[in-house]
Ligand binder design. Structure first.
Ligand SMILES: [Zn+2]
Ligand SMILES: [Zn+2]
Length: 344
């Protein structure tokens, strides 16, 4: 006991001494600051990677979840980076992971619910400031023009201030403008070996709503967007290496509905009842992935996002082995010339 107490005294005195040192010596502060800034700007060159690289920039849905941004999946193919959906807080996940926003070529929108579009303005601004050499394309179902025009209008004054401040050579005004492109189901992009195909999904009453399939040098990825597990999705996912699918846990949402009802919170109870029919219950997704012969299934856009070990366990009930429950900043690599998927 005495030894422990003595140890605590020594640690305490050490902490006080360290605090005094930092608070008294500006020389030490400046030296540490210089080291930290140097480390922050030090560039560790990305290892060359040939294949499809998936980065989870947001795995949540509208319900709040500490540590998770709303829906966002980043896909890198060669030099080109694309994002599927831009939910709130996703740019922070991106920046903290040091993803190269200069390479951002476009944002695919699955539909226009707020948890899929809220961060479009930030992604556009951050990539413009980072030096993106082309205007940012916003590709999505009919209605995307309205969304892009709204963001362009909302950010018009901010863009003008920044060009006035830093000069048009550094921040050309035309690169601050989002370029919308409304598309129909079918091939919507072909560039440097990457082919992106849009397909209709069932997120009624939200219509049209799309999922996207990425094919690149023999590897394939399907992103469901928000949908029930329906036939159009099964067809699009046929034989894909990786299926990223939204997922609802009915036991949890039904418990939330019953709890809200018991507490007299009728509005919340109605909302928990309504959302049960337009996302895919996990057991339906497991069946769909098997029927479609998908190489690997990964779940994201959790409804609700699991906030503790109990929720995580309930979400994982009856999950086949190998299913990935994604987290923010998770990376999944699909190297060309193999069937492998590396989860980081
Ligand atoms: Zn959503
Ligand atoms: Zn939605």
């Amino acid at each position: 006991m005495k030894i422990i107490r003595l140890g605590l005294y020594v640690v305490g005195i050490g902490l006080i001494a360290a605090t005094m040192l930092f608070s008294l010596s500006t020389t030490v502060q400046d030296a540490l600051l210089k080291r930290m800034v140097g480390a922050a700007f030090a560039r560790t060159p990305e290892e060359p990677f040939d294949g499809l690289r998936v980065f989870m920039c947001g795995t949540s849905s509208p319900l709040p979840a500490p540590g998770r941004a709303q829906a966002c999946v980043a896909v890198t193919a060669g030099e080109n980076l694309y994002i599927v959906d831009a939910g709130a807080r996703a740019p922070q996940t991106f920046n903290l992971a040091g993803m190269p926003l200069t390479n951002l070529r476009g944002i695919f929108l699955t539909h226009f619910h707020s948890d899929h579009i809220a961060a479009i303005g930030d992604f556009n601004l951050l990539s413009w400031v980072a030096g993106r050499p082309e205007p940012l394309e916003i590709i999505g179902p009919v209605g995307v023009d309205e969304v892009a025009a709204g963001f362009n209008q909302a950010y018009a004054q901010d863009s003008a201030y920044r060009t006035a401040h830093h000069g048009a050579a550094l921040l050309p005004p035309h690169l601050s403008q989002l370029h919308p492109r409304a598309v129909e189901p079918g091939v919507v992009l072909e560039r440097d070996g990457l082919v992106v195909t849009a397909f209709a999904v069932n997120h009624e009453p939200v219509s049209p709503a799309f999922g996207y399939r990425f094919d690149y040098r023999g590897r394939s990825l399907v992103i469901s967007g928000d949908t029930v597990a329906d036939d159009s999705l099964r067809q699009a996912a046929e034989g894909a290496d990786l299926l990223l699918h939204d997922a609802i846990s009915l036991p949890i949402v039904q418990a939330l509905e019953a709890g809200a009802q018991a507490a007299g919170l009728d509005r919340q109870a109605t909302i928990f009842a309504d959302i049960q029919t337009y996302h895919a219950p996990v057991k339906d997704v497991y069946e769909l992935a098997e029927q479609a012969n998908v190489g690997k299934l990964a779940l994201y856009h959790f409804v609700p996002p699991p906030r503790n070990a109990l929720f995580r366990q309930i979400f994982r009930r009856n999950a086949p082995s190998g299913v990935v429950f994604t987290e923010d900043a998770m990376r999944l690599d699909l190297p060309t010339g193999s069937k492998e998927i590396k989860v980081h």
